[in-house]
Design a binder for this molecule. Structure first.
Ligand SMILES: NC(=O)c1ccc[n+]([C@@H]2O[C@H](COP(=O)([O-])OP(=O)(O)OC[C@H]3O[C@@H](n4cnc5c(N)ncnc54)[C@H](OP(=O)(O)O)[C@@H]3O)[C@@H](O)[C@H]2O)c1
Length: 290
């Protein structure tokens, strides 16, 4: 199976490329920003139509959530209009589109894990652009898989954000000894290595078209996530809970964005917990022993 990958050098994309190397039946090729800058919308369909592929995997994104609030046009181009072009090209070529979306499409008013059939209600521009991208995929490409992911941490670190939450917590714990972390936002911490494995399983099994929540099992507040990171890496440091109101940011965030991964798990098998994923990540980065 030939898989063309956009965003191959990002946090998720690089894990996808590495993981695909372990699947002999999957041949991956990257299409980098140098080959195709998604801001040049008119170039997207012609560039894709010169390639031969069975599956297009879109790991790109402009997801600096706070910057995006004042840069909406660019965010909508990269995160939504570019995806419409990908969907139209895939439909014309008879290829499957695998697209990455986010937990930020939800409004956070739930207190039970969101399922794929729950209505969207984004609170910020980034979430709205991703919600738009999902609609474009639905309308333009019947053969699609949308994976909503959340709170990613991966060995490469997020290119767009300049690192990830795990590394930031470890650095600040070492520098300051005491961290103050938001305790009233609950989400699904997720390792990009595990998302990559889920994506490859889904591609190989040719799971039914539709939307799936591709997150590690379990949930945590940012405070609980930080507590576990620090306990495993800088145990002398302490973590104090604070309300989000004490850490104001330009973009509103959902208070609750836990995603149920039951639908994807039924399709591809058990999905590891975030605690297990974190432990493997910390060992891989040399932050703690196995
Ligand atoms: N990180 C999170 O916590 C999180 C949470 C929920 C959803 N997501 C979504 O998950 C996906 C992967 O995130 P990530 O953390 O792996 O992101 P990342 O490390 O920032 O990687 C983003 C990728 O997008 C590419 N890209 C950005 N703008 C582009 C453009 N104009 N033209 C071509 N390529 C462009 C980047 O290329 P360059 O290397 O050339 O910049 C990079 O390869 C994204 O769709 C993101 O929105 C992320």
């Amino acid at each position: 199976m030939n898989v063309l990958v956009l965003g191959h050098d990002g946090q998720l994309g690089s894990d996808f490329m590495r993981c695909a190397g372990e699947h002999p039946d999957v041949a991956v090729s990257p299409l980098s920003r140098n080959d195709l800058d998604l801001e040049n919308i008119a170039d997207i369909q012609p560039a894709l139509k010169t390639r031969t592929f069975d599956v297009l995997v879109n790991c790109t994104g402009y997801h600096k959530t706070d910057d995006v609030e004042s840069d909406a046009q660019r965010a909508v181009v990269i995160n939504a209009h570019a995806v419409r072009e990908m969907a139209q090209a895939c439909s014309a070529l008879g290829a499957r589109l695998v697209h990455i979306s986010t937990d930020y499409v939800f409004d956070g008013r739930s207190d039970v894990p969101y399922t794929e059939t729950d209505g969207m209600g984004p609170l910020n521009v980034y979430g709205a652009a991703k919600a738009m991208s999902e609609a474009f995929v639905h309308v333009n490409c019947e053969d699609h898989v949308i994976f909503r992911v959340a709170s990613l941490f991966g060995v490469a670190g997020s290119m767009g954000k300049g690192g990830n939450f795990v590394e930031t917590m470890i650095r600040l714990a070492r520098e300051r000894g005491t961290l103050r972390v938001v305790a009233d936002q609950r989400m699904s911490p997720t390792a990009t290595g595990d998302v990559a494995a889920m994506m490859l399983a889904a591609i190989e099994k040719n799971i039914a078209s539709g939307t799936y929540h591709a997150v590690n099992t379990g949930n945590a507040t940012w405070f609980e996530f930080a507590q576990r990171i620090v306990r495993l890496t800088v145990p002398k440091a302490t973590v104090e809970p604070i309300p989000a109101s004490e850490y104001p940011l330009p973009a509103a965030r959902p208070a609750y964005s836990v995603l149920s991964n039951a639908k994807l798990s039924a399709a591809i098998g058990p999905i590891p917990t975030w605690e297990d994923a974190l432990q493997r990540y910390l060992v891989a980065k040399g932050h703690c022993e196995a």
